[in-house]
Design a protein around this ligand. Sequence first.
Ligand code: ADP
Ligand code: MG
Length: 489
Amino acid sequence: MTALVPSTFSEDEADAGRAFWQRIQAELRAAHGEDIYTSWFERIEFEGLAGTVVVLSTPTPFIRHWTQNNYGPEILQRFRKLDSSLTEVRFKVRGALRPKAAQQPGATAPNRAGPAPQASPAPHRQADTPVPTSSNLSGGLEGSPLETRYTFHNLVEGPSNALAVAAAKKVADAQPGDRVPYNPLFISAAVGLGKTHLLQAIANSVRTANPHRRVLYLTAEYFMYRFVQAIRNKSTLSFKDVLREIDILIIDDLQFLNGTKVHEEFGHTLTTLVDSQRQVVIAADRAPNDLDGLEPRVRSRLGGGLLVELDVPDYSMRRHILEHRIAAQKEIFDQLVFPDEVVDFVARSVTTNGRDLDGAVNRLVAHNQLTSTPIDLKMAEIALRDLLKARETRRPKIEDIQRVTSQHFGVSRQDLVSARRTRVIVRPRQIAMYLSKTLTPRSLPEIGRRFGNRDHTTVLHAVRKVEEMIDRDPQVAEDIETLKRLLDQ
Ligand code: ADP
Ligand code: MG
């Protein structure tokens, strides 16, 4: 079978496709676990689109053969969930066919295939059935699919999200002609803390309670992808027109927006909508200031709205989230018994986020259904072992390090990344840089950038300096130990 691979793709098109593939890789990792992910999916790259055919490349014929046979349908289904017009996923082996590969930033060297992957068991597993987008309220532009269970009703409120939920409800309840309260509303939080749930709750609520208002929910990848497609079909005008016709534009995972032209387009859309009193709601895994590639005017627009951070749920929220998920499972398996002490055990031990809580419930129910073992503490400890282990080895992010360090030393996070050079700030900043280098996989230049655009040599200097201080000054050594402990929770 010869692949219909065009020789070149536009940069934006490649960016959009890569972003799709990145998301699907993350889904595959979550669905199949780390071992299978690294064996099969990690080194697959997105090559381009040939009409409605997605072209992916693998480093070796063996990986190609295996993934195509065992995971081909699932991968296609996941692509189709993002764009239902796609018809096929084709795999090819990287090599001579790919003259530009070496120049692509972030591409792994094509011939560094490494050892053959272990033949991990490859369950024939169907991807979750996509929820089709039903509404065409947005004048022809389909949004990304909405999950019916992502409603306000199913959303547990608590100290970590109270402000965000209040703002989201206000946005959802606004009537035409009302003053737009917070525009744009920007929600930032780490993965699994409920951004997508909150955003889709707004969309679902508007669709049921205010059906005359045009609401459009798009992931950033989808936004890019549609934009690129519109360019290809020479219909950018109508894409813009559609976007500018809507009352509430919701964009999820803005950190995936990529490409200069796409950013420009996003900037236009944002400005136009906000200027004409239309609501924009955005979520990302970090605050606007930490996002790459935003135009300055976009950054300042975002700064002019309301920025709310979602935090980690406390014990009582975790319990409620679990209760919701268990109730949903009981509707599917009506004989299901899920003892209270196990709910309590999970709520106490899975402390990271809603996604891990979901994962824990799914895991316990699957064990129960497949092996007929009753759900009890002993079974839970075994079934959740690796989830609990994953928590122990969780790596902190630079944001976490900055937050914890600035709290510990009583300086503001702003100061930490500012140009100020007073001693009270320089020391905590150096320590935060040191922790970023030692606890995260980030590079020196990247760390420098995240600390107020400093040079990588400054970071290097900080790391050396702190290493020296740890040896000389017991107080510094103790501070570092405390910070590490705080970051470990
Ligand atoms: P994010 O988009 O921030 O990565 P999601 O919205 O996908 O997170 O949430 C992950 C899972 O956790 C979802 O199943 C979601 O329903 C659940 N979840 C997270 N926070 C809450 C909450 N406050 N109440 C109910 N469920 C939640
Ligand atoms: Mg999300």
